[in-house]
Design a protein around this ligand. Structure first.
Ligand code: GLV
Ligand code: MN
Ligand code: MN
Length: 422
């Protein structure tokens, strides 16, 4: 099987020598290297590569004698196979969080190529178009909005708003895309492409350790918790750290501290999650009270009302503390994702495909976001999770054992075979 060679060939791309983590941010040279890797892997397999208008990559395995598969020159919109069978798509993403692990995203893409190899080794051919997708900016690590590529595709973010999103250096998405050779004027919903997709199945490393506790290698996704990110800008009065009396200060760091503690408290009391993982203090002098502190709250809950309660409590604690310290506060959501329940029919298909091959696969919810969650609003979608022994993710410590990766490829191949091959 080709998994190991493919995996090894992607590993060096974007790895930071010091941290051992990955910095694969969209529309950077590292992203271009990931795209080149994808294109090479597809070419080695005679798959037809298409970059959609939103910069997502697709590698198509066309059924024999069916030149009209989606994206082919002159391809019709909508159903592309005889009898109206739409495409089966699998994949994930290649971008990373800052110093992320090797598996979050790439495991799904590498496993997809390896599953195609396995199906071919077994003599299968597709009876409906089959594609491997790699969605752009899934982590939102550069432009702030999670699952940006799939959101644009599905039409859940306005293209003009997306084009204007700035990165930390003030470079907009439109500028970054153009610099990387992609036309930003073309971004936006692609109903024809989506209409051609009948099912999306994303394989992903588990971002928790439920599978380790259940002693199983593979799980089927049940639902994604509603979640989102909120940006909080606290504005105070820059001053001297030694000479400004405490009574005279308007220090934006203090209400931030209150907000961080409130996040922990609210998450604990509601059975939810809340994290402040990114903070920027300006101007950033050791010996000065900050002028401004920006912080990002990531909050997730088992249902929408719990999520709202958690965010509400954090924001009111932040407002109260800001007022009492004479600090200004502007808070706004950057990206919010509703609760997702994966398609019950497709989940059933996955369950019976795996059961038929003797693969035990418990059904698990997740509090992590995925392109499958965005696409689920438009296309029947499902997920497979691969065991992560410690559950650690978004960290260089993220890991899956080779035997479990192989089990993931077997599971994905079984699903693709049953959904789209003979
Ligand atoms: C993506 O991994 C997320 O859940 O933020
Ligand atoms: Mn992630
Ligand atoms: Mn991911």
């Amino acid at each position: 099987m080709s998994f190991a060679a493919l995996w090894e060939s992607l590993l060096p791309v974007g790895r930071d020598g010091a941290s051992g983590g990955y910095r694969r941010f969209s529309w950077t040279p590292e992203d271009a290297a990931c795209r080149a890797w994808f294109t090479r892997a597809a070419a080695e397999r005679d798959l037809r590569v298409l970059t959609d208008r939103n910069g997502n990559l697709w590698a198509w395995w066309d059924p024999p004698g069916l030149p009209g598969a989606p994206g082919a020159p002159g391809a019709p919109a909508g159903p592309a196979a005889p009898g109206g069978a739409k495409a089966v798509v699998t994949g994930s993403h290649l971008d990373s969080v800052p110093d992320g692990g090797a598996f979050d995203g790439p495991l799904g893409v590498v496993s997809a190529f390896a599953a195609v190899d396995l199906l071919r080794e077994r003599g299968h051919v597709p009876v409906r178009p089959l594609a491997i997708a790699a969605f752009s900016e899934e982590e939102g690590a550069r432009f702030g909005v999670a699952c940006l590529g799939s959101r644009l595709l599905a039409g859940t973010i306005d293209p003009g708003t997306a084009r204007a999103l700035p990165d930390a250096a003030g470079v907009t998405l439109a500028e970054a895309m153009a610099a990387a050779g992609h036309d930003p004027d073309g971004i936006g919903p692609d109903d024809d492409l989506l209409a051609a997709v009948g099912a999306y199945v994303e394989l992903h490393i588990e971002q928790g350790r439920a599978l380790a506790d259940l002693n199983a290698a593979i799980a089927i996704g049940e639902q994604i918790w509603p979640h989102g990110r909120w940006r909080l800008d606290f504005t105070g009065q820059p001053d001297h750290a030694g000479t400004a009396t405490l009574a005279d200060r308007r220090d934006p760091m203090l209400p931030l501290a209150a907000a961080v503690l409130a996040a922990r408290q609210a998450a604990a009391s509601h059975g939810a999650r809340a994290t402040v993982g990114k903070v920027i203090a300006e101007p950033g002098a050791v010996n000065a009270v900050s002028a401004r502190v920006s912080a990002w709250l990531d909050a997730r809950g088992p249902d929408e009302s719990t999520l709202q309660a958690v965010v509400g409590e954090v924001l009111s604690a932040a407002r109260e503390a800001a007022a009492s310290h004479g600090v200004g506060l502007a808070a706004e959501p950057e990206s919010v994702s509703p609760a997702v329940r994966f398609d019950p029919g497709l989940r059933e298909t996955l369950a019976s495909s795996l059961a038929a091959r003797g693969i035990r696969a418990p059904v698990l919810p997740t509090a992590a976001g995925h392109d499958a969650g965005v696409l689920a609003a438009r296309v029947p979608s499902a997920m497979l999770f691969v065991r992560n022994p410690t559950g650690v993710s978004h960290s260089p410590a993220e890991h899956a054992e080779p035997a479990d990766c192989a089990a993931g490829v077997q599971a994905l191949a079984a699903v693709l075979e049953d959904l789209g091959c003979r």
